[in-house]
Every structure is written in C-alpha cells, then in structure tokens.
Design a protein around this ligand. Structure first.
Ligand SMILES: [Zn+2]
Length: 257
C-alpha cells in the first residue's frame, strides 16, 4: 500500500532528486525496503531539507528508525600527481578535519543506529556505511583528490603570488573553484565521468546509487553483482517499483549524455 501510493505520487526523498524524473526517489524507496527486509543496513540523506523531511515521513510509515547521528568530518585526500604544498593542505583540510556534524541515517532498529554514533563522515567511510563496492570508494576518492590538484594548479597558474604568500586566500579560491567548469582539466574529467560512468550505470546498473569505477563498469564486477542483488530483491517483492526504477533511470541517463 505504502509502495503503491508512492509509485502513484512520488515525492523528492533524495539528494539527487530532480524535477525531470523520479529515478532517485524510487531508488531511495527501494533502499528503505531493502533495510526493512534486512538486505541492507543503512541509508543516509543529506540536503535538501524538504527531501529529508519527506524521507523521515516515509521511514516512519515503513516503521524504520532514523536519527541525526553525531560524528566528525574528515578529508580523504590521496596524493595524485601534483604536489600541493603541505602548508596549503593543512589549511585546506583543517577547516573540515575533526569538525563535529550530524548526518541523517535510517536503519531497521535503534541498535544499528547506536553503533554508528561517533562515526567519521569521510567520503570513504560514508561509502562503507552505505555498503558501496570498495574499489568504487577508492576510485571516487582518487577522483576527488585529483580535483583538488587540478584546482590548485588552476589557481597558481591564474594568480600572481605563490603558494606561501596568501594561503588563506588561495584555499578560499580552491573551495570556490573546486570541480567548477572554469577549471579546464576538471571539466574534461567530470564530463568523461558523467558519460562513461554515470549515464552508463543508469542504463546498466540502475539499482545502485554510487558511481561504479573503471573495473565495475565492465562485466561481472563487484558493483554488477550488488546491482543484481538489489534488482532481484525488487523484481521478486516489488515488481512495479522494479520497472519504474529501470524506466526512470533511462530518462536520468539521457540528462548526462
Ligand atoms: Zn568498483
């Protein structure tokens, strides 16, 4: 009943929600159902606030537990090709490392949520909490780190000073231009990810939320298997929802091509 109602009248319940299609919303509902049936442990939800409110209402209807879990934030920078001076890295990451924060997490019971208290909300640990494939977590981190190096180079190239003079201003600019289309290298890299990984996986792996890595977009990969597990669960238990996720994901893919 709850599922049929939602299919009929979907609401934004995901950070990926958009007015063009309901793929993220149907998929978020499926992930809540996976939790309800003990097939997955947690779901997380960030902004926007409207979607967070909607997912709380839906979780209550499904008799799931939710909590704003307290933890700390951390960066997962892995050095790639460009040497960002340590003095810059210190200012860049200290703004976030160890900072306290709360994340909305949904689980089957209070015990599961208790275990997450004091979590580190780095990209990699968040990926682990959400049961993403390890190889894809590492690949995502690598991309993010490359982004920091691209934006550092871009700012150094386009400013007159050097890294040691105005570190605070430099870091502020790095945040401002991070993965923006002003940074030519980032633009090219992101465009490639959108086509080869995001659009591709919407068509081939529409039951997972994360971007599959280079290996996982290939055949019989860890992410393919995970997608299959979620797909089979949907097909067996919620065939209408299964169909909707596939159809809406195809629409979502078109937006990235
Ligand atoms: Zn992978």
């Amino acid at each position: 009943m709850i599922v049929d109602e939602f299919i009929e009248n979907p609401k934004p319940i995901s950070g990926f929600s958009n007015p063009e299609n309901h793929w993220p919303d149907y998929l978020a509902l499926l992930h809540l159902l996976l939790i309800k049936h003990g097939e997955k442990k947690h779901h997380m939800m960030g902004f926007p606030p409207e979607a967070a409110e909607n997912i709380i209402t839906l979780s209550d209807k499904l008799e799931l537990k939710w909590r704003l879990v307290c933890g700390t934030y951390a960066f997962d920078y892995q050095k790639q090709s460009v040497s960002i001076p340590q003095i810059v890295l210190d200012v860049l990451f200290n703004a976030k490392n160890g900072k306290a924060g709360k994340e909305l997490i949904i689980a089957k019971d209070e015990d599961t949520l208790d275990k997450l208290d004091g979590s580190v909300f780095s990209n990699s640990n968040t990926g682990k909490i959400l049961e993403y494939s390890e190889c894809c977590i590492r690949w995502f981190d690598k991309n993010q780190s490359t982004g920091w190096e691209e934006v550092y180079e871009f700012i150094i190239k386009n400013s007159s000073g050097d890294a040691s003079t105005h570190v605070e201003e430099l870091v502020e600019m790095m945040y401002k231009y991070y993965e923006s289309y002003n940074v030519e290298d980032s633009k090219k890299r992101i465009q490639k990810i959108k086509v080869d990984h995001v659009a591709e996986s919407r068509n081939t792996m529409p039951f997972i939320f994360f971007q599959p890595c280079d290996v996982c977009i290939g055949p019989s990969s860890p992410s393919r298997k995970l997608n299959e597990k979620y797909a089979n669960f949907a097909k067996e238990n919620y065939p209408e929802l299964y169909k909707k996720i596939i159809d809406e994901a195809k629409k979502d893919a078109k937006a990235f091509e």
